[in-house]
Design a protein around this ligand. Structure first.
Ligand code: NAD
Length: 719
């Protein structure tokens, strides 16, 4: 809705009212049309100010209206009517002007922003483009290069940057509406022609073709298959080369294509899924809205290796006091330096003071006596972790939450070794922990809802996509990764190359295929886990039986490379070769290819031609199938949880919505049929055996993804 008042005798003040962000719902648009009309027809009104209630100008279109039949006045003519008004209209921008909100402001003749306001056209992140004239007005206002940058990335700019770019006319530290009213009075009666952005051409730009060619190339590369950034470039090109009316037509056509694309649906699904995972629930019935988190003022990190350092930084950046404990003196010194460096660089980027004093270092675990929460990040060794947890239980004040950053150990086993298992949860960060968005909060059967609520809230404070998951080997993310990686190994045995597998996955949209990723993270990591599981045997065995271990197909290829000392980038050799250890540019390794040939010969395998489709189906459907097992087991509460984990922590292309959304798009029956097909060909591979939940969902008519929760409940109640 929009409220109308006359202020300072001759300024019509329009206030958008639609909490929380004054989104442009049908009612708000109707309100704007009515109030603008009222202001323009009132002879006492000389100028108009548009603002939003509660310190927020406007967060943009009402995303809930997407996909439904649009009612109410459309945005484009509404903005056009404002721009054509014969009285100056000033946007008073507080909080944020995003998407349609900024497009509305661009239709106004002047823009005044509060110094803390943020502006942007983030439509691209929802698979769309600014299609209420934003792609046509912004380049006319600030020039093609700056507009391309903003529109193709969707990034938000501060008020200071907006002033520098020319998006706003004035920035104030004081009351924005009062400043806008004063400004509106000062410009009353002035000619508005120069202020109607759509009536002007874009500022001259030398060598326009070369600029667009260069930008298009960059965008294509970084988009990894997403089409919206490309459509954004095309729309800006229309602004730069066509008259406004034709540019608008092009904007409309491009938007229509995007709107009906699966990508926009996937990206909007991700937007809602990220919000849905905050509304966590446990199988016990405990939920986010009935579980109160404990306050955390002071935290501790135990073990300052790769993970502990990043976790310390992430905690300190939220303003918490952190006690950082490391037993090895040399490690402690190195960690201190590394953490200070990370805090300083992070603070510089964000334009704030580094929280160096927020971290206290110690070699003594006694130093954590008065903290509210501890995150343990010592070596992945159950005996060591158990000892540390027992020490913590003795040292910490009653009620301190004990969290482990284990990648795969049993959180419940650790909890059972402490006197208060209800206070134990997993907080599974991803490397580098201060950068990576994902956090799996792992609850065991004994974790209290309050412990989960506290870890979830802390994750949110650190800016993480935090997902509550049940306790099982590998939790959600790594558990699903295992069959994906195993399929990639099997494909190599059958005739594929690392290059072929990686290319197929990278074309699908992953930043790195399985083998590049394995080289980056180190082949020795998985080798150690497989050794621990008793799977690794001497490499001399040959024939089919050598590739069956613990009753299922096994590929020893990774183990054999490790035996050669090929650990990936760190040793300069892995699935690819590198110029020197630590170098990042992967090159074809002739040795690896003759090694693969010899391996196949030794094991009686005949290489066959494998295409991208098979790579995708076997790797992705195996991973998705594990996702269905996870849903069936209740380890993840819903498909959104799995999808957020994969998109924010495992490089799954966001424009494909996450593995479970992808399965839904492909069609559950098709996924089932392909799994059955591959299972017949490879009966010794249990992860290709379709999950019973997948079968049951297909048998019940393949409900759409938003109905899976209901369907799973119903199917479980029938068991
Ligand atoms: P790391 O080897 O880099 O660091 C472990 C640190 O713990 C070392 O500095 C060691 O000196 C210290 N330490 C050992 N015993 C200690 C004790 N009793 N008190 C204090 N400090 C002690 O290991 P990492 O890669 O940081 O992994 C730590 C944990 O995080 C492991 O459980 C691992 O599985 C998990 N994890 C690792 C990654 C990753 O990518 N590295 C990702 C997620 C989770």
């Amino acid at each position: 809705m929009a409220e109308y008042n006359r202020v300072s005798e001759c300024v019509g003040l329009i206030t958008l009212r639609n909490p929380p962000v004054n989104a442009l719902s049908a009612a708000v648009r109707q309100g704007i049309v009515d109030t603008v009309q009222r202001a323009l027809s009132d002879p006492n009104v000389k100028s108009v100010v548009i603002c939003g209630q509660n310190g927020i100008f406007c967060g943009g279109a009402d995303i809930k209206e997407f996909g439904s039949n649009m009612t109410g006045p459309p945005l484009i003519p509404m903005i056009h009517a404002i721009e054509s008004a014969n009285k100056p209209v000033v946007a008073a921008i507080e909080g944020s002007a995003l998407g349609g909100g900024l497009e509305l402001a661009l239709g106004c003749h002047y823009r005044i922003a509060h110094s803390k306001a943020r502006l942007g056209l983030p439509e691209v992140s929802l698979g769309l483009l600014p299609a209420a004239g934003g792609s046509q007005r912004l380049p006319r206002l600030i020039g093609v290069p700056a507009a391309l940058n903003l529109i193709t990335t969707g990034r938000h700019v501060t008020a200071a940057e907006a002033l520098q770019l020319g998006i706003v006319d004035q920035v104030t530290d004081h009351n924005t509406v009062a400043a806008a009213v004063k400004f509106a009075l000062s410009v009353a009666g002035r000619s508005l022609d120069p202020r109607r952005i759509s009536t002007h051409p874009c500022p001259q730009q030398p060598d326009l073709d070369a600029l667009f060619e260069e930008v298009m190339q960059k965008v294509r590369q970084s988009a990894r298959g997403a089409i919206a950034p490309i459509a954004c470039v095309q729309a800006v090109r229309a602004a730069a080369t066509l008259p406004y009316a034709q540019g608008m037509e092009r904007e409309r056509e491009l938007m229509a294509t995007l709107f009906t694309s699966g990508q926009a649906r996937a990206l909007q699904y991700c937007f809602f899924a990220e919000r849905a995972v905050g509304r966590w629930r446990m199988p016990s019935g405990a939920r986010w809205d009935t579980s109160k988190p404990r306050p955390v003022h002071k935290a501790a990190v135990i073990g300052l290796g790769t993970m502990g350092r990043g976790i310390t930084v992430a905690l300190a950046q939220t303003g918490l006091s952190v006690i950082a404990v490391e037993t090895q003196e040399k490690q402690l010194m190195e960690a201190k330096q590394a953490i200070s460096g990370m805090l300083e660089r992070g603070a510089k980027r964000r334009g704030v003071a580094p929280a160096l004093d927020g971290v206290i270092y110690s070699q003594n675990i006694q130093a954590v006596a008065d903290v509210d929460l501890v995150i343990e990040a010592v070596f992945e060794d159950i005996a060591l972790k158990t000892k540390v947890f027992q020490q913590l239980s003795a040292v910490c004040k009653p009620g301190t939450l004990l969290c482990t950053n284990t990648s795969a150990l049993d959180v419940d086993q650790l909890a059972s070794e402490t006197p208060n298992p209800e206070l134990v949860v997993g907080m599974h960060f991803f490397a580098p922990a201060h950068v990576m968005k994902l956090l799996e909060v792992v609850y065991g059967p004994r974790s209290s809802p309050q412990a989960v609520a506290t870890a979830m809230q802390l994750g949110k404070k650190m800016g993480k996509a935090s997902v509550a998951v049940g306790n099982c080997r590998g939790f959600v993310g790594n558990r699903m990764l295992k069959p994906y990686i195993e399929e990639a190994f099997f494909l190599l045995e059958e005739g594929a190359t690392p290059e072929l597998v990686d290319q197929a996955l990278e074309e699908f949209g992953f930043p790195m295929g399985v083998f590049r990723m394995s080289d980056l993270s180190g082949l020795d990591v998985g080798w150690r886990v497989r050794k621990g599981d008793g799977l690794v045997e001497p490499g001399t065995a040959s024939g089919r039986s050598a590739r069956i271990r613990q009753g299922r197909r096994y590929s020893p290829l990774g183990d054999l490379l490790c035996e050669e000392g090929h650990f990936g980038q760190k040793t300069g050799r892995g699935w690819y070769q590198y110029d020197k250890p630590g170098s990042r540019v992967a090159r074809f390794d002739p040795w690896l290819h003759s090694f693969l040939g010899a391996y196949r010969a030794q094991h009686g395998l005949v290489a066959r031609r494998i295409d991208h489709q098979e790579v995708l189906e076997r790797c992705l459907y195996a991973l998705i199938n594990e996702g269905f097992h996870i849903l069936d087991d209740g380890i993840a509460a819903g498909p959104e949880d799995i999808d957020v984990i994969y998109v924010s922590g495992y490089g799954w292309p966001r424009h494909r919505g996450g593995p479970m959304f992808y399965a839904n798009m492909v069609g559950l029956a098709k996924v089932l049929e392909r799994l059955e097909h591959y299972q017949q060909l490879h009966p010794e591979v249990p992860h290709l055996q379709p999950s019973s939940l997948l079968r049951r969902l297909v048998a019940s008519g393949s409900p759409p993804i938003h109905k899976w929760g209901e369907a799973i409940k119903k199917l479980h109640s029938q068991l």
